[in-house]
Design a protein around this ligand. Structure first.
Ligand SMILES: Cc1cc2nc3c(=O)[nH]c(=O)nc-3n(C[C@H](O)[C@H](O)[C@H](O)COP(=O)(O)O)c2cc1C
Length: 364
């Protein structure tokens, strides 16, 4: 029977348990997306705190775009050395580290001259940006940017990369009928809407070689009108498994979702049934993220389903050593109350951990 504290072989990595820190943007990079001293502190703290693997915050593969000031980037070779310092520090604590790669599409706040890329010329419901329909040449440029970035990640010592195919960023927008209205081979039925992702995966694989772990984070459903459906998700996961993806992390929703149906909800364990279904269907490891707060139900989940691992984001912003606490037998639920006040453009932190607010958790 599978247990949370099993040591596992995961997508070619040896991990000390089944806990993952899910990707978490922190807004602590400099204006060019380079790491700052704060990153080394945060990531070393997480590595000491007990998770088997850390997935970094979303990292831009295309130049000239930042979700907010302070988003990490990896769009040229000048980034390799600083990331190598980061991976070396994390590895010092027997923890794996995976770089999340993203192209933002129309979900961003800062960019230079670069056009707003989208599958079709549709205004972003959340960000209000009008996208330009990407040409085939631009789709190839995007795929090449992912591939080059993945190679840099490998050179910098990351244990693998995760393609951000969820939450309304550019890859995910191709899957969403509301945003993808193309009539060519990239639009229409899910085999076509999935093509941008399948080709991106293939471009990355070609660059990093057959043995390097390549993961994807994907929505089970967009939870919006004319969004991608769970049927679409099943199709894309099955195809990616055939193509050789090493693991799939199931999330859901985006900034365009109906209220309270985005990726970071207040309810517990909200994507477990979707992930269990995908894990039953595809022969690759499946992770589930979203509302994982309570040890015993998670232990039961991995014991009773094919799900390989569980990912946590907000709980580890509040308690970076949560996994060590659980390992030591102190199994009360995560202290995180999912208030979402950690979303802060000045830097991702928990209000309960900011000294001046500690008593009340008042607005940041
Ligand atoms: C502050 C913050 C930053 C996030 N940044 C990212 C990110 O960079 N990439 C990503 O895929 N998801 C990101 N997410 C979503 C989380 O990875 C996760 O899917 C979501 O918060 C649900 O998990 P949780 O209940 O454990 O927080 C972020 C969430 C929060 C709260």
């Amino acid at each position: 029977m599978k247990r949370l504290f099993d040591q596992i072989d995961f997508a070619g990595m040896k991990l000390k348990n089944r806990f993952f820190r899910s990707a978490t943007h922190d807004a602590f990079a400099d204006e060019q997306g380079h790491l700052t001293p704060r990153h080394y502190e945060i990531y070393e703290d997480l590595a000491k705190g007990g998770v088997g693997a850390i997935i970094t915050g979303l990292t831009s593969v295309c130049g000239e775009e930042q979700l907010q000031t302070g988003q990490m980037a990896i769009h040229d070779d000048s980034f390799i050395d600083e990331y190598r310092t980061l991976t070396t520090a994390v590895h010092g604590h027997q923890t794996a580290i995976i770089l999340q790669l993203a192209c933002l599409g129309s979900q961003y706040q800062h960019s230079g001259e670069k056009p707003v890329w989208g599958p079709s010329a549709v205004e972003d419901l959340a960000y209000g940006k009008m996208a330009q329909e990407m040409t085939r040449e631009e789709i190839r440029q995007m795929q090449d940017a992912f591939a080059q970035a993945a190679l840099r990640a490998k050179q910098a010592g990351f244990d693998g990369v995760q393609l951000h195919g969820a939450h309304g960023y550019l890859l995910s927008k191709f899957l969403t009928p509301y945003y993808n209205r193309r009539n060519d081979e990239y639009g229409g039925p899910i085999e076509n809407r999935g093509r941008a992702i399948f080709e991106t995966y293939a471009a990355v694989r070609e660059k990093v070689g057959p043995d390097y772990p390549v993961l994807i984070k994907i929505n089970c459903d967009d939870f919006m009108d004319q969004g991608m459906t769970f049927e679409d998700c099943r199709h894309v996961c099955a195809r990616l498994a055939e193509l050789g993806i090493n693991a799939i992390e199931i999330s859901g929703g985006s900034f365009s979702s109906r209220p309270d149906e985005g990726p970071a909800r207040k309810t517990p364990a909200y994507f477990h049934s979707y992930a269990a279904e995908i894990a039953r269907e595809v022969p690759v490891p499946v992770l589930v993220v979203g509302g994982n707060r309570d040890f015993d139900p998670l232990e039961k989940l991995v014991a009773q389903t094919n799900i390989t691992g569980v990912s946590l984001c907000r709980p580890l912003i509040r308690e970076s050593a949560l996994i060590n606490r659980w390992k030591a037998g102190e199994r009360s639920p995560a202290l995180c109350i999912s208030c979402n006040k950690c979303f802060n453009p000045k830097g991702t932190t928990c209000v309960f951990n900011r000294p001046e607010k500690a008593a009340t958790g008042a607005d940041a």
